[in-house]
Design a protein around this ligand. Structure first.
Ligand code: HEC
Ligand code: HEC
Length: 237
């Protein structure tokens, strides 16, 4: 038992101690990724080619824990956010390795929020993102859209998703959102996640009017239900 426990603890401690060597990274790639993406990263029947997808895509997939998909995953398995499988140093090294192997592509975007305008970000968000991620960034379940909630996303992950368009999400280039507008949107997504602003209050982003309106609709709906119920209970003439 003790030996098993040690074996599970040791590799982790080791990985955090120092950035992995090229040999170690190669080994990780071959063991954890190549089975699906191919040794050369050009794809197999199990996974797409990573050619030209760049550091932005690889870093997004690894830091959101979407990759590596478990080797036992079915071909129709949904790719979801998880705790990352690797520590930060390994993610950086693996990202460099994969990017070099598959011929570059978009770099990890740098996000400077110093001059970001949350209000303008909100406008862009409602225009370009809310149809899938919902007004408050809670995800598309209620809209019957396959888009995740954004509350766990870091600023860099938001920028990466916007620029590379992971999965079925479209990519937004400079024409759709220039760097300033991207910073605004990132600031807005982070703002959506302010703890004070969560829980029961997320409709606030629509402004006080719609929230009142929703209360109205719900209230009237409830009254109608009660009326219908009472009506049904009336003795028949
Ligand atoms: C079990 C198979 C499997 C394994 C193992 C796997 N992947 Fe994937 N990977 C996939 C599939 C399937 C997709 C496409 C998912 C989608 O369309 O949302 C994908 C998508 C990706 C993408 C996004 C590609 C794009 O064009 O947007 C990256 C980057 C990636 N994988 C990197 C990795 C790395 C790095 C590893 C190893 C740490 C890895 N994957 C392990 C199956 C796998
Ligand atoms: C057509 C629907 C659609 C639109 C429009 C869209 N997204 Fe997405 N978005 C998705 C889907 C689907 C995913 C999951 C992708 C994957 O498989 O990794 C996603 C993923 C994300 C993620 C990663 C969430 C995480 O787990 O950390 C972020 C951040 C994000 N989107 C932000 C945006 C922003 C900002 C916009 C507007 C500029 C936007 N999205 C527009 C569908 C959409």
């Amino acid at each position: 038992m003790a030996a098993v426990a040690l074996a599970t603890i040791l590799p982790v401690a080791h990985a955090q101690a120092a950035p992995p060597t090229t040999a170690e990274v190669t080994k990780t790639w071959l063991a954890d990724c190549a089975v699906c993406h191919g040794r050369d990263g050009r794809g197999t029947f199990r996974a797409p080619s990573l050619e030209g997808r760049g550091a932005a895509t690889v870093d997004y997939e690894l830091t959101t824990g979407r990759m590596p998909l478990p080797a036992t995953a079915s071909s129709t398995a949904k790719v979801k956010r998880h705790k990352p499988a690797y520590d930060a140093a390994t993610i950086t090294a693996l990202t460099d390795y994969v990017t070099t192997l598959t011929g570059g592509g978009p770099a990890i975007p740098s996000v400077d929020l110093t001059h970001a305008d949350v209000a303008k970000g909100g406008e862009q968000f409602r225009l370009q993102c809310a149809a899938c991620h919902a007004w408050a960034g809670d995800g598309g379940a209620l809209l019957h859209r396959e888009a995740p909630a954004l509350h766990a996303s870091t600023p860099v992950q938001v920028a990466e998703a916007v620029r590379v368009g992971p999965g079925v999400m479209p990519a937004f280039g400079q024409a759709a959102l220039d760097d300033q507008q991207l910073a605004d949107v990132v600031a807005y997504v982070r703002y959506l996640d302010k703890p004070k602003d969560r829980g029961g209050n997320s409709l606030w982003h629509l402004g006080p009017m719609p929230e009142g309106a929703v209360a109205w609709v719900l209230g009237i709906g409830f009254l109608l239900l009660v009326t219908a119920w009472i009506g049904e209970r009336e003795p028949k003439a």
